[in-house]
Ligand binder design. Sequence first.
Ligand SMILES: Nc1nc2c(ncn2[C@@H]2O[C@H](COP(=O)(O)OP(=O)(O)O)[C@@H](O)[C@H]2O)c(=O)[nH]1
Ligand SMILES: Nc1ncnc2c1ncn2[C@@H]1O[C@H](COP(=O)(O)OP(=O)(O)O)[C@@H](O)[C@H]1O
Length: 386
Amino acid sequence: MGGPPALFVDHLENGHTNGCLLKSQDTSVQIGDRSFVIGGSHEENPLFLGVQIHDKITNKWSSPTVLGTGPMPCKAYSAIVLKQGRILVIKKDSASDDSIWFLEVDSPFVREQRKLLGTEVVAWSKGVRGNAEKPIVISGPSGVGKGTLITMLMKEFPSMFGFSVSHTTRSPRCMEKNGVHYHFTEKNVMEKEINDGKFLEFASVHGNLYGTSIESVEVVTDSGKRCILDIDVQGARSVKASSLDAMFIFVCPPSMKELEDRLRARGTETEEQIQKRLRNAEAEIRAGKSSGIFGHILYNDNLEECYKSLKDLLGINDDAPVNGLEAVEGINLPKEHTATKMEDKILIQETGEATKNNMIVLDLSSINGGAPGRTRGIGLDTVNSS
Ligand SMILES: Nc1nc2c(ncn2[C@@H]2O[C@H](COP(=O)(O)OP(=O)(O)O)[C@@H](O)[C@H]2O)c(=O)[nH]1
Ligand SMILES: Nc1ncnc2c1ncn2[C@@H]1O[C@H](COP(=O)(O)OP(=O)(O)O)[C@@H](O)[C@H]1O
């Protein structure tokens, strides 16, 4: 890449105050020997805020692979280094659903992706107030009834759950719609997108490539719904290693004979494909029961009973009325402010002429989730200091 604009160099030469700079435009923070400069627009996508890294030891600049949907550029930002390889980025003068972002520069997810992609990686996640519920990962052998159970749940609670639409290289079945059941994709296109870091996880299953794009999870979370992922055991393992912080459910058949009967009765696969799925099923069931990935195992013998157990697990059943999810709430910040870190809290003090001495306290002690997707659990308090 060419050298960064002189402006960035000036900032670095000016030094950093306590890892927190409040500049009118770009902002940089130092972690170890590296400075992260946040500002301008992303090299390849002018709609995203750009990130560049300066390594003090080599005196070299680099542009990392940026994962997740980042914030759109605005006039000014505050950036504050947090624990666990995260930088809190507060946008000034922005809409309430767009003010708080986290840039992960050395989280477990970023480290994993760095290994996978072989490049420097950073990942964005938007900050969400309150505790939106965890995404749900459902796995189980082909034909066990995952799709049936998920369809029942989405039909009964359409405003509560949203399905993460996976990408796959397999051909559509006759009732399947592109963009609804899957994003049906050419192999070379999907491989390129995987190499570009667009996928949270991917795996080769029954001879085809399947994967969950970061965007497909973000779309559901942004709609305020609880995200459901129907993925195989390998994919579940990758999600477990990410910071998605999901609930993991494995669905078992009552017997291999019943599984075979269901696959045949569904009538969507050729005999050869059925045989392949049955061969894979035994290993999948073994892994599902013993891998330590799944906190919950359901047996889908009688469908209605299994559906009721699923609802019980999710805390929704006939005895307890459904309150729905906590709404995804925005965070309104004063147009002009300073931000200071005190342990797990960020004190945001209004500045400027119309100051009412109000201070907002962001409590980050219970944040969970993270890139890719959303960082949930931000607490918010308003303190009147006058
Ligand atoms: N890792 C991963 N597996 C997926 C994804 N989408 C679907 N799968 C799994 O791929 C397998 C085959 O799915 P599909 O072709 O729809 O057949 P079915 O399970 O028999 O309905 C199932 O185990 C799915 O859970 C994905 O995005 N990632
Ligand atoms: N408990 C059950 N008893 C009998 N048939 C079932 C049951 N659950 C699902 N099925 C049927 O089994 C077939 C496979 O279910 P499906 O949801 O497509 O499985 P998966 O998504 O796990 O591959 C479908 O025809 C479905 O109607």
